[in-house]
Design a protein around this ligand. Sequence first.
Ligand SMILES: [Fe+2]
Length: 308
Amino acid sequence: MHRYAKLGYVALNVSDLERSKTFYRDLWGLDLTETAPSGEHFLRCSDDHHNLILYKGTPGLKRIGWQMASESDLDQLAERIQKAGQKVVEVDAKERAFLHQGRSLRFSCPFTGTTHEYYVDQRQLGGTPYKWTVAKIQRLGHIVLKTPRYEEALKFYMDVLNFKASDAVDTFITFMRCWPNPYHHSFGLAKSSTDQGQLHHFNFMVTEDDDIGKGMWRFKKNDVPIVRGPGRHPPSGSMFLYMLDPDNITVEYSFGMETFPEENARRPRILPPIDESIDYWGSPMDPRMGAYGPIEVDKALAAGRKAA
Ligand SMILES: [Fe+2]
């Protein structure tokens, strides 16, 4: 079965490019790699050219980029998606040049509306390593989406896309690994009570608990809403802090996460639907947490997908 390398990048639509750039660079701790002539900002927390792209648009999720382990894994995945009845398109040369990526493929998820992109090569900036500033960010960690078609979506993400369930909370959220990436979850799916898919939050993993504590005070001093935490998630063991970005999109810092072996991993657990399954420490949740995050549907891509 096809192998992933990692969750590569998240592309957001934002209402004010400069304001969001300042937030993600100066308060969050990412490095601005490039600003395109058309205004898009590329930011990173690794040697990759980008782990976050900011586009101008109705605020929300534009796209999720996944790095595959090899060209053959990319081909195998595309074949599986097509066999499942979904259209896969190649990103054209002009856009690949804009993204500094090699061959890249996309499909539109019928359960969330999300454009998923898959690639192997992205320009590497190892000659000018990413340097920690306000936070010691280790990596882009995970992204969680909501869908009204939770059970069908779970089956698709596991059977077709080859994600592996690590844990679930009752029947409303499942945390998955993009196999064989070892981290407890790079992706999560939650049940939505509305009729549309939506971004719940995305996450960056930090290096030490001080990043959580320092972040809490830095965000408070800069009037950035903290919508939950600090707390600790029982499923993954991660310490967490959730904030709202300038467009009210929920973004998380987390410290520590269970890792899984490639083979013979433990069985996923199903935790009870109680608050303690989300936070050992009992932090209150602001109702704005995970509440905002429309998903941009690529209409041309979605036109070719299998009827829902
Ligand atoms: Fe999270």
